[in-house]
Design a protein around this ligand. Structure first.
Ligand SMILES: [Zn+2]
Length: 334
């Protein structure tokens, strides 16, 4: 019988559930609108109902080895409590793991959504074959996850990898985490729109001025940048420069071999990558000493630092959550 795991991606707007087999094949996928406004109980109800349906569908045909859930927020890895989540208001200090387990009558494993997305990319995406890598997801915010020698790096409290809140501008834009100048305030989709508005406020000539306020989104700004619009280009230069600064600091500290960039804003790669690579080269002599302009090893060195786009799109978190459940099951049965 095939063995499979269920991966759940609990987003701020979508709730997605997938059955994935051990070879990484997607057996089934369900997407539901999560109405976070209906409250925690309603969302967890829906999550458990859909997970139960997936479990029932394969009962007798395939062996379920575990259920993994990616949650947008900081999870206490020891207790499975959701410590804090800006995208799930009212969920702070909530025993999400215990609640799901009580309702489903089985154990589940939980982790931060960016952490499981990193595991997914390492398993089946841009990080396939790499044991260690770091993923940045440039979405509404900036999430990040680190996979260290095949496992999610959780740190002391399960809160490692909050690279979106690393500082890239000492006196910068205020961040909801309480600090100023976090990477999230310069490289997220939200930041792209704010930076464009700041550009518009300077009075500079730009085609963005012809857009209705609601149409000013990161895609429209990207398209304008690719047509050569100076204000839009400056926005993505800032995205690339700040992301490059963040990555360079991590390279200097950890000398990781691979950085993968995902999330909606990563589709604007062509607009921000040149500034990103220039900044990493400027800020990290480790990078500059090992990696040539074309990304190969410099001077014949065999270990360049690679920075590239994610390949799993929005499914990285689903695959990673399923993978996490498989790894947990293997440890349990060892
Ligand atoms: Zn912050």
């Amino acid at each position: 019988m095939t063995t499979f795991a269920i991966g759940v991606d609990l987003g701020g707007t979508n709730l997605r559930i997938a059955a994935v087999d051990e070879a990484g094949n997607l057996i089934s996928k369900t997407t539901l609108e999560t109405e976070v406004s209906r409250g925690r109980d309603a969302v967890i109800d829906e999550l458990c109902r859909a997970t139960e349906q997936t479990r029932e569908k394969y009962r007798g045909h395939a062996d379920l080895c575990g259920i993994g859930v990616g949650v947008p927020g900081i999870i206490d890895s020891e207790t499975g409590r959701l410590v804090e989540s800006p995208n799930l208001p009212g969920w702070s200090d909530y025993d999400v793991k215990g609640d799901i387990e009580r309702r489903l009558g089985t154990t589940v494993i939980l982790d931060n959504d960016a952490n499981v997305a990193a595991l997914g990319e390492q398993w089946l995406g841009a990080g396939r074959g790499a044991e260690t890598m770091c993923l940045y997801t440039l979405g509404t915010g900036v999430g990040a996850g680190i996979v260290l020698e095949g496992k999610i790096c959780r740190g002391w409290n399960g809160m490692a990898g909050e690279l979106g809140h690393c500082n890239v501008e000492p006196v910068g834009y205020p961040c909801k985490c309480g600090s100023h100048g976090c990477l999230e305030q310069y490289a997220s989709a939200t930041a792209v729109v704010r930076l464009a508005r700041e550009g518009l406020a300077t009075g500079a000539a730009t085609e963005l001025r012809s857009l209705a306020p609601a149409a000013l989104d990161s895609l429209a700004i990207y398209q304008a940048a690719m047509r050569g619009d100076a204000v839009a280009k400056a926005v993505f230069n800032r995205v690339g420069q700040t992301l490059g600064l963040g990555i360079a600091n991590v390279i200097n500290a950890m000398n990781f071999p691979l950085f993968v960039i995902g999330g909606g804003v990563s589709s604007a790669w062509d607009a921000f990558a040149p500034a990103l690579f220039a900044e990493v080269r400027l800020r990290s002599y480790v990078y500059a000493a090992t990696t040539a302009e074309d990304g190969s090893g410099k001077g014949g060195r065999k270990r360049p630092t690679v920075i590239k786009r994610a390949t799993l799109g929005g499914d990285g978190g689903l695959f990673g959550a399923a993978r996490l459940a498989m790894m947990e099951s293997a440890t349990r049965n060892a």
